[in-house]
Write a protein that binds this ligand. Sequence first.
Ligand SMILES: N[C@@H](CCC(=O)N[C@@H](CS)C(=O)NCC(=O)O)C(=O)O
Length: 220
Amino acid sequence: MKLELVSFKLCPFVQRAIIVLKTQKIDYDITFINPMDPPDWFKEISPTGQVPLLKADDTVIFESSVISEFVNDISDTDLHPNDPIQKAKNRAWIEFSSKMFDDLFNLITGDKETYTKAKASLFEKLAKVEAVKGTNDFFNGADFAMIDAALAPIFMRLAWINEFTDNALSINEFSNLSAWSEAILAIDAVKDSVSEGLDDVYYSNIETREGHLSTLLVDE
Ligand SMILES: N[C@@H](CCC(=O)N[C@@H](CS)C(=O)NCC(=O)O)C(=O)O
């Protein structure tokens, strides 16, 4: 089966799919577009106008969670726990964590009031995840799973923002999440899921948005 992932370099949802593809060692081609100014061929095949979109031969698969599940389904190993209860729990927390991307968007683009609300909203969610996350390296234990891939783009962006500012979004108060973030960001499939220098592009993106966060940037 020929797989083509239609992507945008800065997109955290694309990154989730790439981490699963890389972890499962599935071959794929990648095509970059700007979803804010998409080419006609993309508009014709995409129901949502959003990336990621995966073409599996002639079939169009959209929504990052569905793409990630599909990639896991066609792989030899299963990145979900076997137990249906544990699997449902993992999927529920993946869904829950997806809402953090809205907070991150508001944190980057918003004025001081929006930033403050978004930070509170994000940290409320992080506190809930901290409470269910044990002390194992990864969410389910020693092995990297779908849920770890799902949280990776969030932890990567928080680490970048903390590096670019005086730890404006430090998660040090959450010991389980801090250790989890470190374990996830050390995984090769995670490190290789973004192109070289994407952190600089992210920094410029924060500057260009001119939100409150841009006033907290310290020189690189
Ligand atoms: N629920 C979607 C969200 C994807 C998404 O928001 N993608 C953004 C880029 S990061 C996009 O394509 N935005 C263009 C648009 O919404 O028109 C998923 O998980 O795949």
